[in-house]
Design a binder for this molecule. Structure first.
Ligand code: SF4
Ligand code: SF4
Length: 233
């Protein structure tokens, strides 16, 4: 609510009687009901269905992109760990813990999936298992598909360089815009459809619309003056 209507407005709504601000009271109840619904029942479906991040991943990732990934080279063939069994198996003991801890309920061993929100809970769970069975950590880790296949560590590729450059440019632009941000924004436009008017005292008048935005949280006195031309306001 504060994100949409501002903190001051929310403070007003919660501190005044519902009869004084029925609209705010109803909106607050709708928001509360909505978030209760999300947290109590909808849960991970908000990530899977509503949030666009997962869908964007398919566009942004390639085989060199770092993501939470299962090392199938090391892990397969998976199988339960049995005492005194001498069998050539991979490091995955098929304990299912990585699936159990996953908030979106996916099995990362099936590969990178749209539903993965990169929370890394499966990495922690699997690392704990690896410690217990005395195997190196990192069966599930942040790595790329080609990194897992070739065993090479992540390197700074051209694509990463381009993304980094774009990010630096965008951060620079937003920093400059924020540094040069003024407290007041004014738009002055001639009133649509109006030409100048010749007044009886041999003077010419023009009509303008002023749109003044106060970007601060406090009241401000504004004075408008005609500058640079002969005339009066
Ligand atoms: S937590 Fe690790 S060992 Fe257990 S099933 Fe997942 S990948 Fe395999
Ligand atoms: S990173 Fe999180 S969402 Fe992705 S597979 Fe692992 S536990 Fe699931």
């Amino acid at each position: 609510m504060a994100y949409i209507v501002g903190l001051d407005e929310v403070r007003e709504i919660v501190s005044s009687s519902p009869s004084e601000r029925p609209g705010g009271f109803i909106a607050m109840n709708v928001f509360t009901a909505l978030f209760f619904f999300v947290f109590s029942w909808f849960r991970e479906q908000a990530c899977l269905i509503v949030c666009p991040y997962g869908r964007l991943q398919g566009v942004l990732l390639d085989q060199n992109s770092l993501a939470v990934a299962y090392d199938f080279v090391r892990g397969e063939p998976r199988g339960k760990l049995k005492k005194d069994e001498i069998q050539e198996k991979g490091d995955c003991i098929d304990c299912h813990l990585c699936v159990d801890v996953c908030p979106t309920g996916i099995d990362i061993r099936n590969g990178i999936q749209m539903e993965c929100v990169n929370c890394t809970a499966c990495i922690d769970a699997c690392d704990d298992v690896m410690v217990k069975i005395k195997k190196p950590k990192g069966l599930i880790r942040l790595d790329s598909l080609s990194g897992i296949q070739t065993g090479k560590r992540f390197s700074f590729s051209l694509r990463v360089g381009i993304y980094t450059t774009i990010l630096v440019i965008l951060v620079s632009i937003i920093s400059i815009l924020m540094a040069n941000r003024t407290d007041v924004e004014v738009n002055i436009l001639r009133t649509p459809g109006m030409l100048y008017q010749v007044q009886p005292n041999n003077k010419i008048s023009n009509l303008y619309n002023f749109h003044v935005i106060n970007k601060t949280f406090h009241d401000m006195a504004i004075e408008l003056k005609v500058k640079g031309i002969k005339g009066r306001d």
